[in-house]
Design a protein around this ligand. Structure first.
Ligand code: IPE
Ligand code: IPE
Ligand code: MG
Length: 252
């Protein structure tokens, strides 16, 4: 769990964004492999190009009024890929964190990681901790990187902690309602995403932020992640402002 707030003390914000633009944008960064393939290059070439795109997208957030940016970097299902690709991605994550650490800190970005760290190697975990600690006082863009993240896995881990609190007498089962579970999720300090973008033309969510996206707006775009630009991000944020979000109610 990110941070050291006990779930029963933490408050998960679930209220919709009050402004017209999205306050929290979540992105499924997909299409690196196809981008590389189209150039006759190995998949990892595409992952490196994809990682280089992240900086521009993080940096355009303040100008768009996006306070929270959450990016899907590696899913609990991505371990099924070849050993070469998985190892290459893990080494890319280590490199990305070391390389971007100072720039993120200086640009007032606060970084958090969500997902299960248990399966990650010690060196990567140490870098993740270091980046979180180094940026914890920053109040600019709140960047969350989903690494070894799966929505179902997150709900299962949250339920385990919730059950433990019940078993140890800290939580009464009668008090469990839809405000309770999100306090145990990895995202407990974040508001729900307003807009979820998936690049690469696939119209599925692949186990990303299942609970949190119940009322998110979705944009499935054909652009492959290494070609995604701040202009396209701006266009999607602007068209979000024109959507009519009703949250189950009717227009009065
Ligand atoms: C997304 O790109 C990055 C990760 C899943 C790590 P892909 O690697 O899934 O690219 P495609 O979908 O094969 O093109
Ligand atoms: C989703 O992309 C995960 C990330 C972007 C990290 P995938 O490429 O793994 O998803 P599927 O396999 O197309 O559903
Ligand atoms: Mg993919």
């Amino acid at each position: 769990m990110p941070g050291d707030v006990h779930p029963l003390e933490g408050a998960a914000g679930t209220e919709p964004a009050a402004r017209s633009g999205p306050r929290h944008v979540a992105i499924i960064m997909d299409g690196n492999g196809r981008w590389a393939q189209a150039r006759g290059r190995p998949r990892l070439f595409g992952h490196h190009a994809g990682a280089r795109r992240v900086r521009e997208i993080v940096e355009c957030c303040p100008g768009l009024g996006v306070k929270y940016l959450t990016i899907f970097a590696f899913s609990t299902e991505n371990w099924k890929r070849t050993q070469t690709e998985v190892a290459g991605l893990m080494s890319l994550f280590r490199r990305y964190i070391s390389k971007e650490m100072n720039a993120l800190a200086e640009r007032n970005v606060r970084v958090r990681f969500i997902g299960d760290r248990v399966r990650l190697d010690e060196k990567l975990k140490a870098l993740m901790d270091k980046l979180e600690r180094k940026t914890e006082g920053n109040d600019g863009t709140q960047l969350t990187i989903a690494l070894n993240y799966g929505g179902r896995d997150e709900v299962a881990r949250a339920t385990k902690r919730l059950a433990r609190d019940v078993a140890e007498g800290r939580l009464n089962p009668e008090d469990v309602d839809q405000e309770t579970l999100p306090r145990y999720l990895d995202t407990h300090v974040l508001p729900d995403p307003d807009l979820v973008i998936r690049t690469s033309g696939e119209a599925r969510i692949s186990n990303f932020l299942l609970w949190q996206s119940a009322y998110a707006e979705y944009e499935f775009i054909d652009t492959l992640w290494p070609d995604f630009t701040s202009e396209e991000m701006a266009r999607l944020c602007n068209s979000f402002g024109r959507r009519d979000r009703r949250f189950g109610a009717i227009k009065t």
